[in-house]
Design a protein around this ligand. Structure first.
Ligand code: CA
Length: 228
């Protein structure tokens, strides 16, 4: 089961998060202080995502984030920020956080962020195979590479993330909003057009005939669909 650490000193908020994490299929590891969080991480090196509150009784969440990042580059980190503290977002991202969620938040919002982060960091190890073959395409989630007919296709990180999303959802129409949220995160300020631009570039790289794409097809007025 995918493990998520929740560091929050307020018991009511922490229990609320734990219940919703469990409901979403995650194993929740709890901590009430920064020191405790670092201890839990040491005991559970397979934690994929950590949710860190900022105001804590011992050290602040930014410090916890910095300490984790000093030795762990691959874990996903989401900061819990207060609505009034705009600076928290900037500071959080500067100290190595991947995303932030503003209090008060809905359980659906938090789990959507965790899901997206798990996908983006490729934290879905374990039961998932690290290689996925679909038609002529071979996606390697460990090396973050894509091959077509045995030949490596050079992708940017964003293009790779889109390909991974497609290959995890074969035959499913994905809206441009879905793609934007999964790949760039919900708080990305750009326009939906950035999705189209990246798809256009991806098609040049992966389609047999860019003018008549067959792998990434357009779902008019909605988004795109992957199929082999
Ligand atoms: Ca707190």
């Amino acid at each position: 089961m995918k493990k998520v650490l929740i560091l929050e000193d307020e018991v009511s908020i922490r229990s609320f998060v734990v219940i919703n994490l469990k409901r979403a299929g995650y194993e929740a590891i709890e901590a009430g202080t920064g020191a405790e969080a670092l201890e839990r991480l040491k005991e559970n090196p397979d934690i994929g995502v950590a949710i860190l509150d900022i105001m804590l009784p011992d050290i602040d969440g930014f410090e916890v984030c910095r300490t984790i990042r000093a030795t762990n580059k691959s874990i996903g980190i989401i900061m819990l920020t207060a609505r009034t503290q705009e600076m928290d977002k900037v500071t959080g991202l500067m100290t190595g956080a991947d995303d932030y969620v503003t209090k008060p938040f809905s359980p659906a919002e938090l789990t959507a962020r965790i899901d997206a982060l798990y996908r983006r960091i490729g934290g879905d190890t374990g039961a998932d195979a690290s290689e996925q073959q679909q038609g002529p395409f071979l996606l390697n989630t460990r090396n973050r590479t894509l091959e077509k007919n045995g030949r490596r296709i050079k992708l940017t990180q964003v293009e790779y993330a889109i390909m991974k999303l497609f290959m995890q959802n074969p035959g499913r129409a994905l809206s441009r909003e879905d793609i934007l949220t999964s790949v760039w995160g919900r708080d990305f300020d750009g326009e939906l057009k950035i999705v189209d631009v990246n798809i256009r570039r991806l098609r040049i790289k992966i389609e047999d005939d860019t003018a008549n794409p067959t792998y990434i097809t357009t779902v008019w007025g909605f988004g795109y669909k992957w199929g082999v």
